[in-house]
Design a protein around this ligand. Structure first.
Ligand code: AMP
Length: 568
């Protein structure tokens, strides 16, 4: 693949798009690009066309490595498309054997796009020296050696996949790439981990929760790396009971994957730990002066991991990457993370939330401004404010508050369809709340804290189709409990009612536990309550299990939700 790319003129500092499904081809593509001396740009096939097109244009891609089934997606935007399957006979004509290593440490290794607050995603440029420093540091701590088997679950477009794909290779360990249908299904993931003899896995809290919800019982004492968003204490407690070691990993894309980490032994202490090798962490006030121990400031990261910047965005780069006044090294910079932090007497750091409107939903980084920007391009939307509401542990929902333009209206389905053209699924609001006007603070800003709960204001649909069969009624109860809604129309779609992927896994689990049939998680995406109930009846021949009490995490979550129902 590398030689084929070189024959097409690919070389140093050039970018090559990579868009494949999760298979060994993903690894072949990434290694091929790096070996050719170029840098890769992940283009997630799950993203809408308009977003992929934006990324292709913004990064100046002229070539994409992909698969035949995805060729069409890039035919308009990219001159050169290489398909690892259909073009393989040509690629295979290249001689094999080692290629020289054309890169300098300061060459780009990858450019990863993250959500941008002004409405469009931004590409973070990471160099080889940053990645090498990161991998060598991770090899020592949390540690990986040739006896390890790491199970890779993260999409290529999230930078933590770099640890999953390359750390095993540099340590002589084994990497098992989880296929999409496995990594989205807790029960399938649990059994794949068991089968592969996995010793190390890295995931965001959402994936760990999905595994626990599937009643995962690891056979071996797995090393669990959790990061990408705050590690909740309840999750830390649950994981500590099952895994051999638990690590809290912290870091923004802009400072190369993880910048601090700590082994967690006490679920009440979920600090993000200390900097990794050749990395500095500073807790500073507004004048960039270090704040005293125990005092909250903003976290800045300096050292080997600091990115080159945002591709083609010098002003934004200058705003977020500032001169590092603490190192004598000329030209050294530090990244302003936007995280509130505090240093503990033992040297570890606590992460205390965001300075701005960047949020995390099931591990995905989202600038709320980008969601708002997409919504106000709908002709019926005059103003929009998006925010995240934590309904209960592990259930964060994106809520859009909308003020209509004069004499215009739009349904939630219409607004959702509109933003789906540009935003990936994790950025689509679960709830839409229409307001006459936004509550304001004394100084005239939108008072986000005063915005009502989506459950308090969602009007009941004018026409309500009651569940009809016994299976529909029992399914409706499961949906009500998991979604926290009062009633469910038999023609409703789970996702339109505020459901998201993790919650839908909970529904699938409860359908199996309470009604009997084991359905594919995909049924939840397209079908209505009535259709899913019919599918249950078809699988069981119309004889569902007697009502049984639920077991495990979901029942605990539901009990917790009922207790907090008054506060939702
Ligand atoms: P990303 O660039 O997607 O890796 O997102 C980086 C941001 O995620 C950080 O600036 C934090 O706000 C948050 N984050 C990542 N890991 C952690 C963690 N272990 N604890 C708290 N926040 C985290």
């Amino acid at each position: 693949v590398a030689r084929h790319l070189q024959a097409l003129g690919v070389g140093g500092e050039q970018l090559v798009g990579v868009s494949t499904y999760r298979s060994v081809d993903m690894m072949v593509a990434v290694l091929g690009v790096l070996k050719a001396g170029a840098a890769y740009v992940p283009l997630d096939p799950a993203y809408p066309d308009a977003r992929l097109e934006f990324m292709v244009k913004d990064s100046g891609l002229t070539i994409v490595l992909t698969e035949e089934v995805l060729r069409e997606r890039f035919s308009k935007s990219t001159p050169d498309i290489v398909c690892l399957d259909s073009d393989w006979p040509t690629i295979a004509e290249q001689v094999s054997g080692p290629l020289g290593s054309p890169q300098e440490p300061g060459c780009l290794a990858y450019v990863i796009y993250t959500s941008g607050s002004t409405g469009t995603p931004k590409g973070v440029e990471i160099q080889h020296d940053s990645v090498v420093n990161f991998l060598e540091s991770m090899r020592r701590e949390p540690g990986l050696d040739e006896h390890d088997v790491l199970f890779a679950v993260t999409t290529l477009s999230f930078d933590i996949s770099v640890l999953e794909l390359f750390l095993p290779l540099i340590a002589g360990a084994q990497v098992v790439i989880g296929a999409r249908n496995v990594i989205e299904d807790g029960a399938a993931l649990a059994s794949a981990i068991l089968q592969a003899g996995v010793t190390v896995m890295q995931a965001t809290p959402a994936t760990w929760r999905m595994l626990l919800a599937a009643d995962w019982q690891p056979q071996s004492r797995i090393k669990a790396l959790c990061g990408g968003e705050p590690l909740p204490m309840d999750l830390a407690g649950d994981l500590l009971q099952r895994v051999g070691a638990l690590w809290n990993m912290y870091g923004p894309t802009e400072t190369t994957i993880w910048s601090t980490c700590q082994m967690i032994t006490n679920p009440n202490d979920v600090a993000i730990g200390r900097p990794i090798a050749n990395t500095n962490a500073y807790v500073l006030d507004r004048q960039l002066r270090p704040v005293p121990l125990g005092v909250t400031g903003e976290l800045y990261i300096g050292g080997a991991g600091v990115a080159r910047g945002y591709r083609g965005r010098p002003e934004l780069t200058a705003e977020r990457f500032v001169v590092n006044p603490f190192l004598n090294d000329e030209g050294s910079r530090m990244y302003r993370t936007g995280d509130w932090a505090r240093r503990n007497p033992n040297g570890s750091i606590d992460c205390l939330g965001r300075v701005d409107h960047q949020v995390k939903i099931r591990g995905h980084r989202i600038e709320l401004g980008e969601v708002e920007f997409a919504l106000v391009t709908h002709p019926a939307v005059r103003h929009c404010v998006a925010l995240v509401r934590n309904i209960r542990p592990g259930d964060a929902r994106l809520v859009a508050y909308v003020v209509y333009a004069a004499s215009q209206t739009a349904t939630a389905a219409e607004m959702r369809k509109h933003v789906r053209a540009t935003l990936p699924s994790f950025m689509i609001p679960q709830h839409f709340v229409v307001l006459e006007e936004f509550p304001l603070t004394d100084n005239g800003k939108v008072d986000r804290k005063a915005l009502p709960s989506p459950f308090a204001t969602t009007a009941a649909p004018a026409e309500y189709a009651e569940p009809e069969t016994e299976t529909e009624r029992r399914l409706a109860i499961i949906w009500q409990e998991i979604l926290g809604v009062q009633r469910v129309d038999r023609h409703a779609n789970f996702f339109e009612l505020g459901g998201h992927s993790l919650l839908s896994m909970g529904v699938i689990g409860r359908i199996t536990a309470e009604l009997g049939p084991k359905l594919s998680p995909r049924v939840m995406v397209l079908q209505t309550l009535a259709q899913i109930a019919a599918e249950c009846d078809r699988v069981t021949g119309g004889v569902c299990n007697e009502a049984t009490p639920t077991v495990g995490l979901w029942s605990r979550l539901v009990t917790g939700m009922k207790k907090s129902a008054g506060r939702v």
